[in-house]
Write a protein that binds this ligand. Structure first.
Ligand code: 8ZB
Length: 484
């Protein structure tokens, strides 16, 4: 069967579901009709999709951490701590790596070992193993909106269980949870499997239950130019909307140059709205998420706070609906709950201080907005053309051709031909545009920007410049200048 961006019929969906819920015994507890009734009891203040709509209306930027541990009670304590001590507006549940790889047997062992050890031996919360009952206990014990955050190529059982359990937001997508997360899973398979997740959210919507969906914006988190992540985000937004999703959050990972970062959020909002409407999806609510720096962090906690705070400032000035917060332990691994709360409080302080300071949209910002939109349009329109009017099969062909390409992706399904580097002001540009379907004007723009930096540094633009940029922030600078 050919992959198409076409809404699944109920028959098709329920046929696949019969198999999915057999993948682990807890699947048997999923009862859709009863889950709909459960969702109807969730109050607005704990409802992720509704909280986002309210924030958009009020011009707020909400804070959200990442967090997840192996055991239910510990996970509840962790999230309550981040709510009370971290003042988090939105809460996550980060899923462990075994669950992401569908290795539920390994999760079962790790849960037992974690109980014996008295500490988490998993890097997240194994929601499939805890099942619908465990998830419900979590939802009822935490006073805040809850989202599943993971990195799962085939998340279908996880989606069934967490949504039946009462989660009101769900991260991921067929491209954004494949290309940065898997080496050899085909895009055809992940886009198809993610249609299932979106269709389930769509069927909840048909029953009056709003669930927010968020593609993973930052991709590899390593010098990803805005046009690349925007193209993927907008495609995944369209794929979700086709399956009946009504509440969508599109994301972007901080690059570090304030003009580019503010412009990126503006361009993302405007273009996504335009493309959704243009392709016939008129009734979606769209919000944005800004990710604090996703690349390498300084080990020094004071320096890490500076990186965190600069991300907080950019998120607030860009007026993103929410910001995903880093911690001073980023360079070391999974943070303690105290470190996590500190990242949240630093971020909240900056957001509050900037709430009443509108960022002036200068000519520089305007040019960035227009450039990002022009680049993203080139990519999106070529993807659509390659799919003969279909964004699903178009995406598969676009990745084969390098029309869509993600820097430093582990996936063999990404051509990996493009190379990003910073310009002289620290904005992320393309040192090599690979096979991106840009106009000559855009290619010349990138070349001129990189050449200007090379001239300033008295060296030729080369792969060394790219490497210097990858490590720059962890070593204390934005632009990877050569040592004098
Ligand atoms: C793609 C996201 C990577 C980020 C954080 C990493 C990194 C992963 C957990 C977590 C708190 C967890 N992360 N798992 N943070 N608790 N279980 O996601 O540190 O910043």
């Amino acid at each position: 069967m050919e992959l198409k961006n076409k809404k699944w019929t109920h028959d098709h969906f329920y046929g696949v579901r019969e198999e999915i819920i057999k993948h682990w015994p807890t699947g048997a507890d999923v009862n859709f009709e009863e889950a709909v009734k459960y969702h109807e009891t969730i109050p607005a203040r704990k409802h992720f999709a509704k909280r986002l709509v309210k924030a958009k209306k009020n011009g707020e930027t909400l804070t959200q951490p990442r967090a997840g541990v192996a055991l239910l009670d510990e996970h509840i304590n962790l999230l309550n701590f981040l709510r009370t001590e971290g003042e988090a507006d939105l809460l996550p549940t980060t899923i462990d790596s075994y669950t992401r790889q569908n290795q539920y047997e390994n999760c079962a062992n790790a849960i037992e070992e974690s109980m014996k050890a008295g500490r988490s031996l998993l890097n997240g919360f194994p929601a499939v193993n805890h099942g619908v009952h465990g998830v419900r206990k979590l939802v009822e014990s935490v006073d805040g909106p809850l989202q599943v955050r993971h990195g799962t190529p085939d998340a279908r059982l996880l989606t069934e269980i967490t949504l039946a359990g009462g989660f009101t937001s769900y991260e991921g997508g067929g491209i954004s949870y494949n290309i940065p997360y898997a080496k050899s899973v085909s895009l055809e398979k992940t886009i198809y499997d993610w249609q299932y997740n979106d269709r389930l959210v769509g069927i909840y919507a048909e029953h009056g239950i709003e669930i927010n969906r968020e593609p993973f914006g930052p991709l590899t988190g390593t010098l990803v130019p805005p046009c690349i992540s925007h193209a993927v985000a907008i495609i995944e937004g369209i794929l979700a909307a086709e399956q009946g999703v009504k509440n969508i959050t599109l994301g972007y990972g901080q690059c570090g140059n304030l003009f580019q970062d503010v412009a990126a959020i503006k361009a993302l909002e405007q273009l996504a709205e335009e493309y959704l409407v243009k392709h016939g999806y008129n009734d979606c609510v769209l919000t944005t998420v800004f990710h604090q720096w996703m690349g390498g962090f300084p080990q020094d906690e004071a320096k890490a706070f500076a990186v965190i705070s600069w991300g907080a400032a950019a998120a607030a000035l860009a007026k993103a609906t929410k910001v995903i917060v880093k911690t001073p332990h980023e360079a070391l691994g999974i943070p303690t709950k105290e470190a996590n709360a500190m990242g949240l409080r630093a971020t909240k302080q900056l957001i509050n201080m900037l709430a009443d300071q509108p960022f002036p949209i200068t000519a520089e910002v305007d040019i960035e907005v227009e450039m990002i939109k022009a680049e993203t349009r080139c990519i999106l329109d070529k993807v659509f053309e390659l799919g003969n009017g279909d964004f699903a099969s178009g995406s598969v062909r676009a990745f084969e051709a390098g029309v869509l390409d993600v820097p430093f992706a582990p996936s063999q399904y990404s051509l990996n031909k493009i190379l990003p580097a910073r310009d002289n002001n620290g904005a992320v540009r393309l040192f090599d545009v690979g096979n991106l379907p840009f106009t000559q004007d855009i290619i010349d723009f990138h070349k001129a920007k990189i050449d200007a930096r090379a001239k300033e540094e008295g060296r030729k633009a080369s792969f060394q410049m790219v490497i210097d940029d990858i490590y720059a922030i962890s070593k204390g600078r934005l632009v990877g200048r050569p040592s004098k």
